[in-house]
Design a protein around this ligand. Structure first.
Ligand code: ADP
Ligand code: ZN
Ligand code: ZN
Length: 768
């Protein structure tokens, strides 16, 4: 026991605790240890950067074991108290160590110690330098002369007229110099040595926007009646929490509602946080926000470099950015004076982090954040998650329907093509080919959807039956004909495409279809018509997607073939036909959420048709034309489907009628993967019956927990590791969480835990 004042620090380690460090040392820096600041501390033989969480008068540790804080990195807390408390909540809810949770919420550059405030490097002319420039010196060094001239142009600070807005800051920033002059640094160093230049670091200019500045640059279309009602309902709630589900078919003008609500929040001096799914949607939506608003905006997405991410984060932190728009982790962005949160395409699975340690749902955390901040949250989708719709039913959220398409677009007609009774060539049925022909002749564009990239999913030897397998996964290798490669879509394995069977030497044959083959087939069927393909194989760099969009928009391309990538929010006003080539993947999965995903995909793809004035047609190829969920989707749309699917979930007691947590592990052998989870299950049973427990309340709560498994994953072997899963289910959320709290320390200390990699996933959205 020590009575030395300590600071408790959250460190990025898997240990579920804070670490004590001496808060005082000869210099006396205790006052600087305010919670939320970054500190650099010794940890074992290394140094770590952590977050000071609290200051305490003493520690459990004896004096001699307390080490000092090396450095306090921030002049002010890097986490605002509200963010810190949200992250604390998230750490508890997802049962994840706080240090790692806090690290997730920071851009990498800040985790590594980058400065919180950006300093701008500026070069200024000294009076001597000004005189030298006037004399045309230094004569023999043209680059130095150019540099002096450039700085002279910018002039000295203008202090004359008090009425005028502040003159541009004197001198030039390093960034400006980079643009003007090549290798200016060398010249600057020489001039600095002569006393003609000085270098200063300043806070960047242009901090606060004058309050009279306009917020919206363009008014946008006049909202229709339903949009007006939605806007009014959300705006009435500005200043208090409210959960709103903006349920509108694609093209019904949801984005327009977001823009109006954000405008109102900005008008009240508040900021807005807008969350969007991973790639695809971002460029278009960002464009619309930028066009509409004159205020600074910070954009945070996964394609940014670490430095860009840092800059955007700082814009938000400093309050300069009034709109923060970003993907998943932007839910932790330090938006100042938050007024409203928008989650676009709230059903999108990319909002759930399902890899790594800290597996959170950005959508769910957005709701929690809005609740704690006392602001409305708008969850927008054409196909809300069933959880979200259930929250409407129970009255937790308010549904704001947009039933009509804006801009007079007509909703598309959906119909099925029975693959069992239709002639099918290379994956495309005759009725589908005829429909494509009809629509092309009428001047329309066609979108063909297949959720499988590559040429063919299987390479087969017809003589001996050999099928090209992935060595490291329970999966087949996909043929990529153009590239001449065989690739595994699960582990990335990549080998040359063999011409002969490696087993018997007979010629090999491709079986099944991927987007690459569909492109080939359609090009052969419709010569002279330009087809383009959109999938991860062709969209590799920034700009590839925009290029494809441009070719569709200009009408140069008439047929677009794509994977999931085409379902994300792009406008194709002239697409009049959508063909879904294979609707059946959703019915074979062991995941109870598969039909929901399938229905969402169908509705989202269908939404790409007829966004202009022409009516759209949607054809869905299936081997199961009698499937009840598919029929309810066709007859009553997504809402009808949702009702039927929720009834099934309720009967089976799946979420949202229960809560789930999954413990997943992987190991080098199937036995080791199962051994840990089997032992984990045994300890869970002990805890449930309180045989191993402490006699606390865990028995009562433990009874409410159902244990399912362990079982190997449906695709057990991936990238050379064997995966398995143990599910915990309960209709009582509090009981489940109390149970996890008691149980996790137990399984963490199991010896078998050290032979596997494991993670807890609270509210998993994918089961395997
Ligand atoms: P969503 O986000 O639901 O897909 P958008 O907001 O993108 O829908 O709207 C679809 C199209 O309709 C856009 O081109 C948009 O500018 C236009 N639009 C939206 N609301 C209106 C309106 N009230 N009047 C006319 N056009 C509108
Ligand atoms: Zn063979
Ligand atoms: Zn593989």
């Amino acid at each position: 026991m020590s009575s030395v004042p300590v600071v408790r620090v959250a460190l990025p380690t898997p240990l579920r605790r804070l670490f004590d460090y001496r808060a005082e040392r000869p210099g006396g820096i205790a006052a600087a240890m305010e919670p939320g600041r970054r500190v650099r501390v010794p940890f074992g033989r290394q140094q770590l950067i952590g977050i000071a969480m609290e200051v305490a008068a003493g520690s459990e540790l004896p004096d001699e074991r307390l080490k000092p804080v090396f450095e306090v990195l921030d002049p002010q807390p890097i986490f605002h108290p509200a963010t810190l408390s949200l992250l604390g909540w998230a750490a508890e809810y997802y049962h994840h160590p706080i240090g790692e949770v806090l690290a997730t919420a920071l851009p990498k550059a800040l985790r590594l110690g980058a400065a919180l405030e950006c300093a701008e490097e500026r070069w200024l002319l000294t009076p001597e330098g000004g005189e030298a420039a006037a004399r045309g010196e230094p004569r023999r060094a043209p680059r130095q002369r150019q540099l002096l001239a450039a700085l002279t142009e910018r002039g000295a600070p203008d202090c004359g007229s008090g009425e005028r807005p502040r003159a541009p800051a004197p001198g030039l920033t390093a960034a400006e110099l980079d643009e003007k002059l090549e290798s200016w640094r060398e010249a600057a160093r020489a001039l600095f040595a002569r006393g003609w230049l000085v270098r200063v670091e300043t806070a960047p200019a242009g901090a606060a926007m004058p309050s009279s500045a306009p917020i919206a640059m363009s008014p946008g279309p006049e909202p229709n009646e339903e949009q007006r009602a939605a806007i009014a309902t959300v705006c009435d709630s500005l200043g208090t929490f409210g959960g709103f589900v903006l349920h509108g078919v694609t093209g019904s003008g949801k984005t327009e509602v977001y823009l109006r609500v954000v405008e109102r929040a900005l008008g009240l001096g508040r900021s807005a946080l807008v969350l969007v799914p991973e790639i695809g949607l971002t460029p278009q939506l960002v464009g619309r926000f930028r066009q509409r608003f004159a205020v600074p905006m910070a954009v945070l997405h996964s394609a940014l470099t670490d430095h860009e991410r840092l800059l955007a984060w700082r814009e938000a932190f400093s309050g300069r950015a009034r709109i923060v728009l970003g993907t998943r982790s932007a839910v932790f962005a330090p938006a100042q004076d938050l007024g409203v949160i928008i989650v676009d395409e709230e059903h999108d699975t990319s909002f759930k982090q399902h890899e790594g340690g800290f597996r959170y749902s950005a959508r769910d955390l957005a709701v929690v954040r809005a609740q704690r901040a006392g602001v409305p949250v708008v969850l927008g989708s054409a196909t809300p998650a069933l959880e979200t719709l259930q929250n409407v039913t129970t009255g937790r959220y308010t549904r704001l329907p947009l039933t009509r398409r804006a801009a007079e677009a007509v909703p598309p007609r959906l119909s099925l093509i029975d693959l069992r009774t239709s002639a099918v060539r290379a994956g495309i049925s005759t009725p589908a080919v005829q429909a494509i022909e009809r629509h092309l002749e009428a001047g329309g564009q066609v979108l063909v959807f297949l959720n499988r990239r590559g040429y063919a999913p299987t390479l087969l030897c017809t003589a001996c039956g050999w099928i090209a397998p992935c060595r490291d996964c329970d999966a087949r290798l996909t043929v990529h004909l153009g590239a001449g490669r065989l690739r595994c879509h699960h582990c990335g394995a990549d080998t040359a495409l063999p011409e002969r069977c490696p087993q018997c030497g007979f010629a090999v044959k491709t079986v099944g279809q991927g987007t690459e083959r569909i492109e080939e087939t359609l090009a052969a069927l419709f010569p002279g018509i330009t087809c383009i393909r959109l999938d991860r194989d062709v969209v590799r760099r920034r700009g590839d997607m925009e290029e494809a969009m441009r070719r569709m928009a200009s009408g140069e391309a008439r047929i677009l073939i794509g994977t999931q990538m085409v379902t994300k929010g792009h406008d194709f006003p002239n697409v009049t036909l959508v063909v879904v080539l294979n609707a059946d993947q959703g019915f074979f999965s062991t995941d109870f959420r598969a039909p929901e995903r399938l229905a969402q995909t169908i509705v989202q793809v269908a939404g790409r048709a007829g966004r202009g004035e022409k009516a759209g047609e949607v054809l869905i190829q299936t081997e199961f034309p009698d499937h009840p969920l598919l029929l309810s989707l066709l007859a009553d749309g997504y809402e009808g489907f949702a009702r039927a699917a929720l009834a099934e979930r309720s009967q089976a007691s799946w979420p949202p009628f229960s809560r789930l947590a999954a413990v997943r592990d992987s190991a080098t052998t199937p036995e080791a993967a199962l051994a840990f989870l089997t032992e984990a299950r045994r300890t869970a049973e002990d805890l449930r019956s309180d045989r191993g427990g402490s006699g606390s309340g865990s028995r009562a709560t433990g009874r409410a927990i159902r244990l399912l498994g362990p079982a190997p994953a449906a695709m057990a072997k991936r990238a050379g590791r064997h995966h398995a899963q143990l599910l915990l289910e309960s209709t009582d959320r509090t009981a489940l969480h109390r149970f996890l709290e008691a149980w996790l320390p137990v399984i963490e200390s199991l010896p078998s835990a050290r032979r596997v990699r494991w993670a807890l996933d609270v509210d998993p959205i994918e089961l395997f």
